[in-house]
Write a protein that binds this ligand. Structure first.
Ligand SMILES: Cc1ncc(COP(=O)(O)O)c(C=O)c1O
Length: 467
């Protein structure tokens, strides 16, 4: 029976052990004992070997997602005789292994800091496949990008165009640049995930961008190669993407020059399913729709169709990842709602907002299952919470789990591959968990976890005390 405290979108499942399709990594299933396995490795074995909590990536799922996006963009663009490129948004998750998988799948990288750039380059990415973004790139970061031979820098403000010109001139080199346009499209997502509303920090209005194109074309060391937009993240509706594309084509129409190669980068932001209520669009269909829309507009206006680029992160890394936690405490909490009395079971795990800030940051919802066993107990409404000193330290706000969920159970939380490790912190002096990849029955450590010693070693007061 449904619990009155459950949100409207969450229904009590017939079987609280079942894995809702589309939320979990492709290889996730229950083995003969009822425990979950991923990439052919039992989660209990992973916890034993690497500890808890643990980030786990289904390697083949991540690679096949990257390949599918690349194939969809290439096919859609080829139909119109243009080039289609995909830049993986490294901010969603980057590590040496991921760099080699993404590079092998033929994608480039969107990097937004010297750190992301350093991992991409050290991981073997071709600098010519890198695009450097951000609203406040330092002169050092720009110089590093140019020294490394990063293909394109996306300019976010006029002051940055001058900065890149000065550095390119001092280095006696030329730099390809794009301009980030704030299309003003109100994407249907959380406020903090929408990046093209007028009153925020990213990009320039179409009018400002158009004015800056002339400045760049007059600069001795900059090569203008196109316009860029990204309207936000975790978007489910097509309309926002199409409206942004329309505005980008309008800007392109105003700045294009006969015979000049031109790229419109239309960003990322494709939504994924975190819960059974999320219904993302089929990605290849969405990409076809956007590309066909741009092509049709250009044909109507008598314009050559520009090359197109996309910049997805979450749709590649998100669903391929899960986080494993161990339950430490369970506690039923009685809640009085009007004349109703209901119980919510609080399930405390050994991680929390330090390894997944998204529920606290955006009110993000997730799905969970007991991973170490199945149970025939009736489903109970639970809130999975972390071990941090914040009441907003929520891992899964609302979920039905078997009512006998208990200390020692391993829980798996779905779709944590994107923006979890990359947004992680040391809050409450907790070390970041390790990240492992699983495939074909074996596991590989991708990123070592932080030990308490690692965290304490940075505290110079302690070092002095010990010295
Ligand atoms: C400029 C830019 N490009 C691409 C992305 C990737 O978005 P997503 O992971 O939702 O596809 C982001 C994310 O915020 C972004 O800011």
């Amino acid at each position: 029976m449904s619990n009155p405290l459950a949100p409207g979108w969450l229904s009590a499942p017939g079987d609280a052990n079942a894995l809702h399709s589309g939320i979990w990594p492709a290889s996730m299933r229950r083995d003969d004992t009822g425990a979950l396995e991923v990439g052919g490795v039992a989660v209990t074995e992973l916890i034993e070997r690497y500890g808890s909590p643990l980030y786990v990536f289904d390697q083949d799922d991540l690679i096949s997602r990257a390949q599918s996006v690349q194939a969809a963009v290439s096919a859609a663009c080829a139909r119109h005789g243009i080039t289609g490129s995909v830049y993986y948004a490294s901010k969603s998750f980057i590590s040496g292994h991921v760099v080699s998988w993404i590079e092998d799948a033929g994608l480039g990288f969107d990097v937004a800091s010297a750190g992301e750039m350093a991992i991409a380059l050290a991981g073997g990415a071709n600098p010519d496949h890198l695009e450097f973004q951000g609203n406040n790139k330092s002169a050092d970061e720009i110089a590093q990008a140019m020294s490394a031979g990063v293909s394109t820098i996306v300019i976010d403000a006029p002051i940055e165009a001058a900065r890149i010109q000065a550095i390119a001139s001092a280095m006696d080199t030329r730099q390809k640049v794009m301009i980030r346009v704030n299309t003003g499209v109100h994407a249907d997502t959380h406020d903090y995930l929408a990046t093209a509303r007028e009153d925020q920090k990213f990009g320039l209005s179409p009018e400002e961008a158009i004015a800056l194109v002339s400045v760049i074309r007059d600069s001795s060391h900059l090569d203008f190669v196109g316009l860029h937009s990204h309207i936000g993240s975790q978007i489910f509706r097509t309309e926002g993407f199409l409206e942004a594309a329309t505005r980008m084509v309008q800007a392109y129409q105003q700045v294009r020059r006969e015979g000049e190669a031109f790229t419109l980068n239309l960003g990322g932001g494709f939504g994924i399913a975190y819960t059974e209520a999320d219904e993302p669009m089929e990605l290849a269909h969405l990409i076809d729709t956007i590309v066909d829309h741009v092509a049709a507009l250009c044909t109507t206006e008598g314009l050559p169709i520009p090359n197109l680029a996309f910049e997805p992160g979450r749709v590649i890394s998100g669903p391929a990842g899960v986080t494993l936690y161990t339950v430490g405490v369970t506690k039923p909490v009685t809640v009085h709602e009007g004349d109703q009395v209901a119980t919510r079971l609080y399930v405390s795990v050994d991680g929390g907002m330090s390894d997944n800030a998204r529920p606290a940051l955006y009110g993000a919802n997730y799905s969970a299952r007991i991973a170490s066993r199945t149970s025939s107990e009736s489903p109970a409404l639970v809130r999975v919470v972390g071990k941090h000193c914040e009441s907003g330290d929520i891992v899964v706000n609302a979920e039905y789990l078997p009512g006998d969920v208990a200390p020692g159970d391993v829980l798996a939380v779905a779709a944590t591959g994107a923006y979890c490790y990359s947004l992680s912190s040391n809050y409450n002096v907790v070390g970041r968990p390790p990240v492992v990849a699983v495939s074909g029955g074996s596991s590989t450590l991708m990123v070592a976890g932080e030990t308490l010693d690692d965290v304490l070693a940075r505290d110079q007061g302690l070092s002095r005390g010990q010295g």
